[in-house]
Design a binder for this molecule. Structure first.
Ligand code: MG
Length: 385
């Protein structure tokens, strides 16, 4: 028997309740004092993969400056937004937080540049999806328990981590992949985490983009959401010195989209009144979402950032360099797995014995995807002398 508070107390009937959880892959006695989703969150925080996020690129490569977001601070901002929304909607806060903190655990070094190159390298061997890799980290790769590999998280946490998945991969994932085949929805906490991710990066990338000088306030004023709040700040405070004007604008943008998300989702939930999480999963579409107007503005900002920041020519140069590092690592380790540290070399031999070159490639990619930016540079220097 667990001692302490009932983790389901005060939650809406459509929330992920621990008493109806589909549970863990390996049965474990209940935690003393903590709820099971809280325990999942704590396992994620104690994992190796979580600590590595501190030296992984979000948008700007780690050595470009100390103030830019890293995957770690991004994940914490996602969790903060997710928790606010979950609490307002009487959903499970620890489950939402667990999903948010884990959503990028499988991200490669060098952000999307790293992931695109790894996916190219893996074309003949089943591909690489960072989302699926996050699940692989918590299901297989973390080595912390005597009785099993991975963190043995609850189904609901794993369901939330696997945001999307190609149909080719769903079949071999079993229970957690099933919903993509059946076109079912994930639980509401997973839906919240997904949008909290988008809100976090849309807003912190405005801040980081301005800091980098790659985008300007004048350009951003072409985006309705930014212009509206920038006007409000200007009308109220006039010309603010330093970065205060940017921060006053960004915090208003976050508040605006988060409030809209809570209100619109509240309306949808009140109309649909799903009896429980199973009824949420059976809905034809997500119940967590923005109003049409805010959704439009949110997408407009996303498009702006893609065109003006992520695809900026200065970013492209960095991407090419980082991509080459990842490609060299993949080719070097594929050619000779003994050049990896012993535990990865052994994993490669074991996987190769089971499924040939596909297995070897999977072990190589597990090693590379786990690297931080700076470790990838170090390994690259070691490999190429
Ligand atoms: Mg993310």
């Amino acid at each position: 028997m667990r001692r302490g508070r009932d983790p389901d107390a005060g939650l809406a009937p459509w929330a992920a309740l621990e008493r109806t959880s589909r549970g863990r892959r390996h049965a474990e006695p209940p935690a003393d004092w903590r709820g099971e989703f809280q325990r999942d969150r704590d396992r994620i925080i104690h994992s190796n993969a979580f600590r590595r996020l501190v030296y992984k690129t979000q948008v700007f490569i780690n050595h470009e400056g100390d103030l830019y977001r890293t995957r770690l601070t991004h994940s914490i901002e996602v969790a903060q937004i997710g928790r606010s929304v979950a609490t307002a909607l009487a959903l499970s806060e620890p489950l939402t937080e667990a999903i948010c903190l884990a959503h990028d655990l499988g991200h490669t070094p060098f952000g999307h540049a790293g992931q695109d190159v790894l996916n190219d390298c893996m074309r003949e061997y089943g591909g690489f999806e960072h989302n699926l890799q996050s699940l692989r980290v918590v299901d297989e790769l973390e080595e912390r328990y005597a009785g099993f590999s991975g963190l043995n998280l609850c189904f609901e946490t794993r369901e939330g981590i696997l945001k999307h998945c190609s149909l080719a991969n769903t079949r071999r994932l079993g229970d957690v992949g099933q919903r993509f085949l059946e076109r079912r929805q994930p639980g509401l906490e997973a839906q919240v985490a997904d949008l909290a991710d988008a809100i976090a990066y849309n807003n912190h990338d405005v801040d980081d983009g301005l800091r980098s000088g790659l985008v300007t306030i004048e350009e951003l004023r072409g985006v309705a959401l930014f212009a509206r709040h920038h006007d409000t700040v200007h009308a109220r405070y006039g010309e603010l010195p330093g970065r205060r004007g940017v921060h006053e604008t960004v915090r208003r943008m976050i508040h605006d989209v988060v409030s809209d998300l809570i209100e619109e989702s509240g309306r949808r939930l009140a109309a649909a009144r799903p009896a429980d999480i199973e009824a949420v999963r059976a809905q034809p579409g997500p119940l967590i979402g923005f109003s049409p107007e805010r959704d439009h503005e949110h997408r407009e900002m996303k498009k702006f950032l893609r065109a003006r920041l992520y695809q900026h020519e200065k970013m492209q140069a960095t991407r090419l360099g980082a991509g080459q590092v990842v490609k060299d690592l993949f080719e070097g380790f594929m050619a000779d797995v003994a050049r990896m540290p012993p535990e990865h070399r052994d994993a490669a031999r074991a996987l190769e014995a089971g499924s040939g070159a596909v297995g070897r490639a999977r072990a190589v990619v597990d090693y590379i995807a786990g690297m931080t930016d700076r470790y990838a540079f170090q390994e690259h220097a070691r490999l190429l002398g």
